[in-house]
Design a protein around this ligand. Structure first.
Ligand SMILES: *Cc1c(COP(=O)(O)O)cnc(C)c1O
Length: 394
């Protein structure tokens, strides 16, 4: 019999199981709602990025159906050949207006936007100065670019300055940070990094995947939140989180966008969104512009839930956003907390290495605008009883 060349995979999986890091995929039956049916249980859902409930909002849903009726289910090509539809162009114009930039370009996902943009902008002689907790798609883009990657400790702008001071003059350099860090919910050191970028003549880039629809006026993101319009050269956002559907985009100058349309590989070599996706994103932008009270509700829920967790004695790290980690340290303990919460009726995923550092395992929670006070109180009660059972709180 032929030797199975993949048999090392079983060993890898077994070692994940031993470390408590093998997680079955939870399966959602029905909508991604504040309450959801997951693996046959009705649970309060604290695991989705559907911050504003737009995934199931009637307007984007109706516009997606209408676009499907009119234009079909697919775009039929990559953007540069025949896959640029009027609705894609309309979405990009709307995004540019939303972000207050000259232009914008949409990618299939936030991951593709970051990986495609970083790898297109930099080359092997260049340098990328990156926060250590930046998203995997930034890291992959940096690796693909073949530029030298210099990582600074999380939010440590003194260390970032030291890196910049040591570079040969006129090295083309990109400074990059997440706007909101996805596992800790804290904000990137954007104002300080902008100053460094200006002092050292660097390109400034922010990944606002978790900030768009959440921070800034009408959810315009951290650039608006910190009032840094015109000072961030490359703004990445996602359409997959608060905007409810799927996709990523880059907003910036017309030259940046025209360059990416000709050099970013996911734009050149991967088919564009189905028209339904573009239509639902346009509808989502309409909602952000006309119903900002949804964002207020998100923040009220965030306040209520974070205050509740801290009052119970949980370590919620340094969150400044609706992402609230409950940090327990040990991966097996984090997974036990997640599993028992699930049995009690709360869906909050356990997260361990390599998504977070060793010894920093946690259960990550995200509240949304569509949770009721009852949902959140129920979740807090479950955290209290399970946290006591496991000795995480007294
Ligand atoms: C989720 C996320 C992405 C990827 O976005 P997708 O649209 O899901 O591909 C990129 N960057 C950060 C910081 C994220 O949290």
């Amino acid at each position: 019999m032929r030797h199975d060349p993949l048999d090392y995979l079983a060993d890898e999986l077994n070692s994940l199981r031993d470390e408590g890091l093998y997680r079955p995929l939870r399966v959602l039956d029905g909508e991604q709602g504040a309450r959801a049916d997951v693996d046959g249980r009705s649970v309060v859902n604290l695991s989705s990025n559907n911050y504003l409930g737009l995934t199931t909002h009637p307007a984007p849903r109706a516009r997606a159906i209408e676009a499907t009726r009119r234009y079909g289910v697919g775009s039929g090509s990559v953007r540069t050949i025949a896959g640029t539809m009027a609705i894609h162009v309309e979405l990009e114009a709307r995004l540019a207006r939303f972000k207050r930039t000259e232009a914008a370009v949409v990618f299939q996902s936030g991951f593709a936007a970051n990986a495609g943009t970083v790898s297109a902008l930099l080359d092997r002689d260049d340098v990328i100065v990156s926060d250590e907790l930046n998203h995997a798609s930034i890291i992959d883009g940096a690796r693909l670019s073949r530029a030298t990657i210099k990582v600074f400790p999380h939010r440590d702008t003194v260390a970032a300055r030291r890196i910049l001071e040591a570079l040969p003059r006129r090295t083309r350099t990109l400074i990059i940070t997440d706007g909101v860090f996805s596992m800790d919910g804290d904000l990137g050191a954007l104002p300080e990094l902008c100053e460094l970028a200006e002092a050292f003549g660097c390109i400034m880039m922010v990944d606002d995947a978790h900030a768009s629809g959440v921070f800034g006026r009408n959810g315009r993101g951290t650039v608006d939140h910190f009032d840094l319009h015109g000072r961030v050269d490359v703004q990445v956002g996602t359409l997959s989180k608060a905007l409810g559907a799927l996709g990523g985009y880059v907003a910036g100058t017309r030259a940046l966008i025209e360059f990416l349309q000709r050099r970013a590989r996911p734009f050149l070599f991967s088919t564009s969104h189905p028209p339904a996706v573009a239509a639902s994103c346009i509808a989502a932008l309409d909602i952000l512009e006309t119903e900002p009270d949804l964002i207020d509700r998100l923040w009220r829920n965030t306040q209520f839930f974070q205050n509740g967790l801290t009052a119970l004695g949980f370590d919620t790290g340094s969150s400044q956003s609706p992402i609230t980690p409950v940090i327990v340290g040990d991966a097996r303990l984090a997974m036990a907390l997640s599993d028992r919460l699930f049995q009690a009726g709360v869906f909050a995923q356990g997260i361990g290495f390599p998504t977070v550092a060793q010894g920093r395992a946690r259960v990550r929670t995200i509240v949304t605008a569509t949770h009721t006070q009852d949902d959140l109180q129920f979740a807090l009660d479950c955290f209290e009883s399970v946290g006591r059972q496991l000795g995480i709180i007294q």
